[in-house]
Write a protein that binds this ligand. Structure first.
Ligand SMILES: O=P(O)(O)OC[C@H]1O[C@](O)(CO)[C@@H](O)[C@@H]1O
Length: 244
């Protein structure tokens, strides 16, 4: 595991964008796994700027997002479909048919999940997966007490996650209680993983995930078992690490 500690969020975002841009330039038909949440927003801004300034080319890129709320329409401003369109896809030259996000409106959930896994396989697997980390250690929407062998599936969100994400909704009772998420197995099959964390409130969970025991109670701890993980932190999120 390679850990970079950057001075601040802006530098973290630039570093992450640089790694993604290198992946895109070295392999223009890369398959990228993408994340939502506040943390990658700066990285997406940088990538859009690189596309506009330097012609960073997304034409052959395929993307698979980690997760989507279950029960929200794609057009809902709180959906991850909407987030990805607004923050990345509508600003770059990616082809619509190359964008994949779990279907939060699927009526046959099992079929939708296994189709998603099939599409990832058909694309040749994920070359580079971007991750954030939840305050409870979740990656994607894989909540504590996760099954490490799970692939894409329906998850029930933890009270902590619902609370944390309530800031994006009018009230807490509007936050969906379920989501479709890639599983830990799906994530661990990515060839390379880039984990981002920023801010004081992540410092304890980052320390436990990177330096503590590998436990289903802390889903992100499984990343210690992956052989190509780059972690990019700002100073605040790195504050509790012992080995830096
Ligand atoms: O970057 P944030 O907003 O702290 O979110 C952390 C994690 O929580 C989620 O937003 C889900 O709750 C994930 O998508 C994200 O990786």
């Amino acid at each position: 595991m390679k850990i970079y500690v950057e001075d601040n969020y802006q530098k973290l975002s630039k570093k992450a964008a640089y790694i993604l841009a290198s992946q895109i330039r070295l392999k223009p038909d890369s398959v990228l796994g993408l994340a939502t949440g506040d943390t990658p927003l700066g990285m997406y801004r940088e990538l859009v700027a690189m596309h506009q300034r330097e012609d960073l080319d997304f034409r052959e890129i395929k993307t698979f997002n980690l997760d989507e709320y279950y029960g929200l329409e794609k057009e809902n401003p709180q959906s991850y479909h909407y987030y990805m369109m607004e923050n990345l896809f509508k600003h770059v030259n990616i082809r619509k048919e190359n964008i994949h996000i779990p279907d939060g409106e699927a009526s046959d959930i099992e079929e939708a999940c296994s189709r998603y896994e099939g599409l990832i396989r058909q694309a040749g697997g994920i070359d580079l997966q971007v991750l954030g980390i939840g305050r409870n250690g979740h990656i994607g929407f894989n909540e504590p007490d996760v099954k490490f062998e799970a692939t894409t599936h329906l998850v029930h969100l933890d009270a902590d996650t619902i609370q944390a994400n309530a800031r994006f909704f009018d009230s807490i009772d509007k936050v969906p209680t379920q989501a479709i998420s890639m599983g830990i197995k799906t994530i661990m099959q990515a060839k390379k993983i880039v984990l981002l964390a920023s801010g004081h409130e992540k410092r304890e969970i980052v320390q436990k995930a990177l330096e503590g025991k590998i436990l289903p109670e802390l889903p992100a701890s499984v990343l210690q078992l992956h052989n190509d993980v780059v972690v990019i932190l700002d100073q605040k999120a790195a504050g509790e690490l012992k080995e830096i």
